[in-house]
Design a binder for this molecule. Structure first.
Ligand SMILES: Nc1ncnc2c1ncn2[C@@H]1O[C@H](COP(=O)(O)OP(=O)(O)OP(=O)(O)O)[C@@H](O)[C@H]1O
Length: 247
């Protein structure tokens, strides 16, 4: 699915967090958003995922206006995200964390449904478990399946969150600071996931080198405005980008 932003504006009091931000991520593309602190990256993410309604502008998915749809609806329509601070359920195991992403595919109906449809339910449960295990394997953390998420250091928690986002086969994947807290080996696993994922990906990242290496396209925000966009090499050589980063 393609993701299109047109004229997105958000203000907090007198602060223009985003001013007329427009860009498109083509289906299957991996697009990185970079920018100095306060550039508007998190606000942009919140608008795309439906956590914040913009003051103006439109978010479109495959041409359909989704600006008025909430975060849950967008998630059910195929949008998955990770957070700057990994949001995992500490008291669930790693496998259970990933299973939560698939919960809505089955279940419901209580005991009566259990008794009437036991075989179906069991096979659905097996299929969900297989999908969750596959997502863990893709993220290089299959061996952690039985551990409680609260026991894990931040890099691993981030990978659990990534596995949860991948498990439901998202059409659009939004990743907020995905490499923060990852060690080099974990960052490599993550880069491999990015290279193989079929979803359209938008990621916000502080590590500019990582974005240059892994994204096909980069959007640079500064003070709420798009100051450059294009292929990594074009963006790297852009004088406005250098000025924004060097201050
Ligand atoms: N809830 C809020 N209330 C008031 N101002 C806010 C709020 N959220 C963000 N801002 C302001 O909007 C601007 C953009 O913030 P945002 O967090 O989107 O930037 P960012 O690029 O994600 O920054 P960082 O890289 O530091 O996470 C900043 O000036 C910030 O202070």
């Amino acid at each position: 699915m393609s993701l299109e932003l047109e004229g997105i504006s958000v203000s907090f009091g007198g602060v223009h967090a985003l001013s007329e931000v427009s860009f498109t991520v083509a289906e299957g593309q991996v697009c990185g958003v970079i920018g100095p602190n306060g550039a508007g990256k998190t606000t942009l993410f919140d608008v795309v995922t439906g956590l914040r309604r913009p003051d103006g502008g439109q978010v479109r998915v495959d041409g359909a206006d989704v600006t008025g749809r909430g975060a849950v609806r967008r998630a059910r329509d195929g949008m998955a995200r990770t957070f700057q601070r990994p949001q995992v359920f500490g008291r669930l195991t790693v496998l259970e964390n990933v299973l939560t992403a698939l919960e809505w595919h089955g279940g419901g109906g209580g005991l009566a449904a259990d008794l009437l449809a036991l075989p179906t339910r069991r096979s659905r449960e097996r299929a969900r478990r297989a999908r969750a295990e596959e997502a863990l394997a893709r993220c290089g953390i299959a061996d952690l399946a039985g551990l409680y998420a609260a026991e894990l250091p931040i890099g691993r928690r981030r990978l659990v969150e990534l596995a949860r986002a991948l498990a439901d086969d998202p059409k659009i994947l939004l990743l907020d600071e995905p490499t923060s807290g990852l060690d080099p080996a974990q960052a490599e696993v993550f880069a491999g996931v990015l290279a193989s994922v079929e979803a359209t990906v938008l990621l916000v990242e502080h590590d500019v080198g990582f974005v240059m290496d892994t994204c096909e396209r980069i959007v640079v925000l500064d003070l709420g405005k798009v100051i450059a966009e294009g292929a990594p090499a074009e963006v790297r050589d852009d004088p406005a980008v250098r000025a924004a980063y060097l201050g």
